[in-house]
Design a protein around this ligand. Structure first.
Ligand code: SF4
Ligand code: SF4
Length: 385
């Protein structure tokens, strides 16, 4: 069995933002259930011993943990390449310097739109202005590190795209370019958790998507050699599903804030699954023996048409969580696939939801006006106790 390559550490579900597309589960882990610092440091050491190379510190908002610098230091001691995935809210200039000192290798900062009004409306919080400030501090570190020849922190900006902001993509890319990132990740919303709940407001039309693909292609051409652009397409408009997590239990494992080990962030929605806890078992045992990781590993579980499909080693039959969320059967072929017996569920959703345009005048309006005018339009992600 191959080693996992990356560990996704959801160190908390707490977050000061309320993004309407948040992929966190609807039932969030509360603060008093969270693993302690010592547990996480042990997990990082076990992960490194298991062959993991990359650690993604995420949440919720990982900055909500006051012991984050200690965790980064522990990850460095375990020789993991450490990436902090953050909204930036809660990160001061001093704390950023602490993280860099502790050995942070990479920071991924999320943005919701190109200007404050719509960005804050999507996040349900006033966060945009601080993100711009933080990006400038990251840049200062990079310049200093370049001048002194020190190890340089890498910087990715992330933008989740959906019907309400996709038409601003050109402005957004220009605004992000001005922040001097090494990489831009333009990720279409994936319909799990809060995004599935808000799908009717988020699913883009085909025409919006086609324009966005052209905008990204032009930006890639213009920024070649300067900024790498990675785009995650919305699978509802694709012919075939994504190879979710590089295949179930093949490359990645995720530990949730309470210590449960999952093959992906959404697997908790599948009923009847039991996820072993790092409080009870070493990580290597979980990776090799846990029933949850075995469940959809390999091809034995596959129904037709996947079982005899020549693409099965490319997409592994798509996403098990999406199959369950849309069909009620986690073993079904992902309905995104045009060959799936239940593909009509995707076509129906696209026909039903992806025909309307965005909220009119959202680009110019203030956060306050947008919230007032769109009450009940979507559900904001809540915060755990
Ligand atoms: S609410 Fe937004 S910032 Fe917070 S965890 Fe969810 S997507 Fe990330
Ligand atoms: S039938 Fe299954 S393996 Fe083939 S493309 Fe569709 S989801 Fe992938």
């Amino acid at each position: 069995m191959p080693n996992p390559l990356a560990l996704i550490a959801e160190i908390t579900h707490r977050c000061p933002l309320h993004c309407v597309y948040c992929s966190n589960p609807l039932e969030l882990t509360s603060r008093n259930e969270e693993l302690a610092t010592a547990d996480w440091l042990r997990i990082f050491a076990e992960a490194a011993a298991l062959g993991v190379l990359h650690l993604h510190l995420t949440g919720g908002e990982p900055l909500a943990r006051p012991d984050l610098a200690e965790m980064i230091e522990g990850a460095r001691q375990s020789r993991l390449y450490t990436n902090l995935i953050t909204s930036g809210v809660g990160l001061s200039r001093e704390r950023l310097a602490q993280f860099v000192e502790a050995g942070l290798d990479h920071i991924q900062l999320s943005f919701q739109d190109s200007s404050g009004g719509p960005a804050n409306w999507i996040a349900g919080a006033r966060a945009h202005a601080h993100k711009l400030e933080l990006a400038a501090w990251i840049r200062e570190h990079q310049i200093r590190e370049q001048q002194t020849g020190e190890r340089r922190i890498a910087f990715t900006v992330n933008l989740v795209v959906h019907r309400q902001n996709i038409d601003h993509l050109e402005e957004m890319i220009a605004a992000l370019e001005a922040l001097h990132p090494d990489r831009m990740e333009i990720a279409h919303a994936q319909y799990y958790g809060w995004a599935l709940q808000n799908r009717s407001a988020l699913l883009p039309t085909r025409a919006q998507l086609d324009r966005a693909v052209a905008v990204v292609a032009a930006a890639e051409e213009r920024l070649r050699g300067k900024v790498r652009i990675d785009m995650v397409v919305p699978d509802y408009h694709a012919r075939f599903p994504k190879a979710c997590m590089g295949g179930w239990g093949r490359q990645l494992l995720l530990i949730d804030p309470a210590g449960r080990a999952l093959p992906c962030h959404a697997a908790g929605v599948i009923p009847g699954m039991f996820f072993d806890n790092v409080r009870d078992h070493p990580l290597a045992w979980i990776w090799q023996n846990s029933a949850a990781f075995q469940k959809f590993r390999g091809e034995a579980w596959m129904p037709e048409p996947c079982r005899s499909c020549e693409r099965r080693q490319e997409d592994f039959g798509g996403c098990r969580c999406q199959a369950f969320l849309l069909t009620g059967d986690a073993s079904a072929t992902d309905p995104v696939c045009e060959l799936a017996p239940l593909h009509h569920l995707i076509e129906d959703a696209v026909r039903e939801h992806a025909t309307a345009g965005p909220v009119p005048a959202a680009r110019e309006a203030s956060f306050h006006a947008l919230q007032e005018n769109t009450a009940g339009f979507w559900s904001y992600r809540t915060d755990p106790k």
